[in-house]
Design a protein around this ligand. Structure first.
Ligand code: PMP
Length: 401
């Protein structure tokens, strides 16, 4: 008799569970559009050439050792990550008012940020968009914050509900934390325009709300690293404070290496250094210090002009392929005369299309066409190829007619 006999089976993760179901399906035409991971036109996972080069350099560098990193991670990596998101000429960096700590990819960065806020910030409520990446609620709740939502997506226009968003943030208690997707909102693919970001910034600053950016797709949305950081930089250039969680999972294809960073932009250098001292007390009992390999790859690429340029080209190629898939899927549905308006497929930004298909239609497509996606109708465009577009278009057509 096990002392754990009363443990009940937990449900599968709503996103990763899609892959579990996909793996069990013996059909040769099966298609996994669930998890947000880039695939080549041949349907294969991609290791960037520039990552291979960096790893080669690292392996051949006999001076490299395997000692523990400091609690805050690799110093070069942290400096370069802040520069990547804030811009190389950022006055906040020049003023030493940014503290950056290496964390376990985007998820770990969000979690460390949450625990710091729960311990040291007077307002423990965080507002997250509705809908948002499914893990946000759990990360922030377990990190010690109270999670509330603000209106974001309008199913009727399949666009941004800017009115609802501004109303909800306007009625949030002063000081509340606001989670913002820096670009390529997951799962909707709907981002505010530059002007709308301006409105959001004004409201957040005037109500003394605290912005917490989740930047999981820098460079993946537009293909341009600076353009995708515009929202964050707009908030930093007003001199105010904010949190930024960065992930290198998608934009460097380092998913399993778990490389990311948490940056906290503070009012001045003195606050930043005190904040960093407390971040160490959050990290040390959680995992002591972060892993060395992935951060070394990133630092090697970011500090070498040639490797950096090569990375931007490979990144642009990934973003472009996704944009091409949007066009091909849209054209395929138009060619079939599939009922409904599908322009959102080409308007939405980043890795995902929020199709508007409902749970029943998704279940139908899985059962009849072996196409796997999350039940909210989100499909990963990065999992699609010219070869599989017709199959998906057939399935969508059948599901809605
Ligand atoms: N935030 C968002 C919005 C995401 O989509 C993801 C990845 N799916 C993450 C954070 C974190 O991913 P990771 O921990 O792999 O960097």
């Amino acid at each position: 008799n096990s002392v754990f006999g009363n443990v009940v089976r937990a449900p599968e993760d709503p996103i990763l569970g899609v892959t579990v179901a996909y793996n069990k399906d013996p059909s040769p035409v099966k298609l996994n559009l669930g998890v947000g991971a880039y695939r080549t036109e041949e349907g294969k996972p991609l290791v960037l050439n520039v990552v291979r080069k960096a790893e080669h350099l690292l392996v051949n560098d006999r001076s490299r050792i395997k000692e523990y990193l400091p609690i805050v991670g690799l110093a070069d990596f942290n400096k370069l990550s802040a520069k990547l998101i804030l811009g190389s000429d950022s006055p906040a960096i020049q003023g030493n008012r940014v503290t950056t700590v290496q964390c376990l990819s985007g998820t770990g960065s969000l979690r460390v940020g949450a625990e710091f806020l729960a311990k040291h910030y007077y307002q423990r409520t965080i507002y997250i968009p509705n809908p948002t990446w499914g893990n946000h609620t759990k990360i922030f709740t377990l990190g010690g914050l109270t999670v509330k939502t603000y209106r974001y997506y309008d199913p009727v226009t399949r666009g941004l509900n800017i009115q609802g968003l501004l109303e909800d943030l306007n009625s949030a208690p002063s000081g509340s934390i606001v989670l913002l997707h820096a670009c390529a909102h997951n799962p909707t693919g709907v981002d505010p325009t530059f002007d709308q970001w301006g409105q959001i910034r004004q409201l957040i600053r005037s109500k003394n709300l605290l912005p917490f950016f989740d930047s999981a797709y820098q460079g993946f949305a537009s293909g341009n690293l600076d353009k995708d950081a515009e929202s964050v930089r707009m908030f930093v250039s007003d001199g105010g404070e904010c949190f930024i969680a960065q992930s290198y999972a998608k934009n460097m294809g380092l998913y399993g290496e778990r490389v990311g960073a948490l940056s906290i932009v503070c009012r001045n250098a003195d606050v930043a250094s005190r904040v960093e001292s407390q971040l160490k007390l959050v990290i040390r009992p959680m995992y002591s210090s972060p892993p060395i390999h992935g951060a070394s790859i990133v630092a090697t690429i970011l500090k070498d002009r040639n490797l950096y340029n090569e990375w931007t080209l490979e990144l642009k190629a990934m973003a472009d392929r996704i944009i091409t898939m949007r066009k091909q899927l849209f054209d395929a549905l138009s060619a079939r005369g599939t009922p409904g308006n599908w322009t959102h497929i080409i308007k939405q930004i980043g890795m995902f299309t929020f199709t508007g298909l409902n749970t029943k239609q998704v279940a139908f497509m899985t059962k009849e066409f072996h196409i796997y996606m999350t039940s909210d109708g989100r499909i990963s465009m990065a999992g699609l190829s010219s070869r599989t577009v017709p199959h998906l278009a057939d399935a969508i057509h059948a599901a809605v007619t």
